[in-house]
Design a protein around this ligand. Structure first.
Ligand code: ASP
Length: 321
């Protein structure tokens, strides 16, 4: 366990992290705008990026790309942390959170929505067809049905069995990087040079019924500023919310940080407020207006996928401890 005090002490000594090159960014900026490009969180981002890239490569918008991309993950029952097949809350309900934001800073969001396979598309409808930014719970479901979405039981047999097993002890102990908190956040820069982002999740497994994490909160799970860049977060949502994580990352970039440095600074802000980091994982990804990308996490194990015109790579994030 690394306490906050120890972390600060060790940091002050310098050289704690010989395995890291603080100055470098994972995709360095060559002076030429790199577009289109898409970045998304975790291993499932590779598949999602392929769908997003198809849209971008055909000249489509970043907004369409991110919606199309994360829908792949939402529909994949093997991804147990997003959409269909996601692990339920402690009462056995699969409740989903999602948000989307475009280059005009128009945004839409749904929280704790049930029975709808593609919360990201409902979030987009909230953005486009409602006077609001966020709808939650039954209101979000009613809106979705009104918009033509169909109801579906999202609790798969696998997730139900796991939940039955969990109920035997009913301990809420989120495990770092163990498929417990693998939201997909996706950020894209299209060939017009516009940025958009999407974020969608089933949230922390075994959460309290009604809990909403960072993922549908504009500024926490996702933020886009078309002049500067965009960011998305994953991990323990409560930690991300406390520092308005994605907004913080974008503001760091506005002040001149590279995407990686901006993510690192946000991670450090979270760590500075904590007495212990045990079981706390948070990772951020970011993209600049120039198409530079980067990520950073508290602990080892976070990765992100980047698709540009050369390849679709899964990159191990740099980390703090
Ligand atoms: N950030 C999400 C939440 O707290 C979890 C995740 O990243 O999967 O709900």
């Amino acid at each position: 366990m690394i306490s906050r005090k120890n972390f600060l002490k060790i940091s002050a000594l310098g050289g704690l992290f010989p395995f890291q090159d603080w100055a470098s960014s994972s995709h360095s900026f060559s002076g030429k705008i790199k577009k289109p490009i898409v970045i998304s969180t975790w291993r499932h981002g590779v598949k999602a990026n392929n769908a997003a890239w198809k849209v971008l490569n055909e000249g489509g918008s970043a907004l369409d790309a991110v919606e199309t991309g994360v829908r792949v993950t939402e529909a994949d029952s093997e991804v147990r942390t997003v959409g269909y097949g996601g692990r339920p809350d402690r009462d056995g309900f699969v409740t989903l959170d999602a948000c989307i934001m475009d280059e005009q800073q128009e945004c839409g969001s749904v929280g704790a929505i049930q029975h709808i396979m593609h919360p990201i598309s409902v979030a987009r409808k909230v953005k486009e067809n409602s006077p609001h930014v966020m709808l939650v719970g039954q209101g979000a479901v009613d809106f979705a049905l009104d918009q033509g979405f169909k109801k579906k039981d999202l609790l798969t047999e696998k997730s139900r069995k796991e939940w039955e097993q969990w109920k035997k002890n009913a301990n809420y102990e989120p495990k770092v990087n163990i498929e417990n908190h693998d939201t997909i956040g996706m950020l894209a820069l299209d060939s017009e040079g516009n940025l958009s982002g999407a974020c969608t999740t089933s949230g922390m497994a075994w959460k309290m019924h009604g809990r909403i994490g960072d993922s549908p909160l504009i500024g926490s799970g996702l933020y886009v500023d078309n002049e500067v860049g965009a960011a998305s977060g994953t991990g323990v949502g409560e930690e991300i919310i406390r520092v308005c994580g994605s907004h913080l990352v974008v503001e760091n970039m506005r002040r001149g940080d590279s995407p990686e440095q901006a993510c690192k600074n946000a991670v450090e802000r979270i760590v500075a407020n904590k007495d212990t980091l045990e079981n706390t994982q948070v990772g951020f990804i970011a993209i600049s207006k120039q198409g530079q990308v980067g990520g950073y996490s508290i602990q080892q194990g976070f990765n992100y996928a980047v698709h540009d015109d050369t390849d679709n790579q899964l990159i191990d994030s740099k980390y703090l401890v």
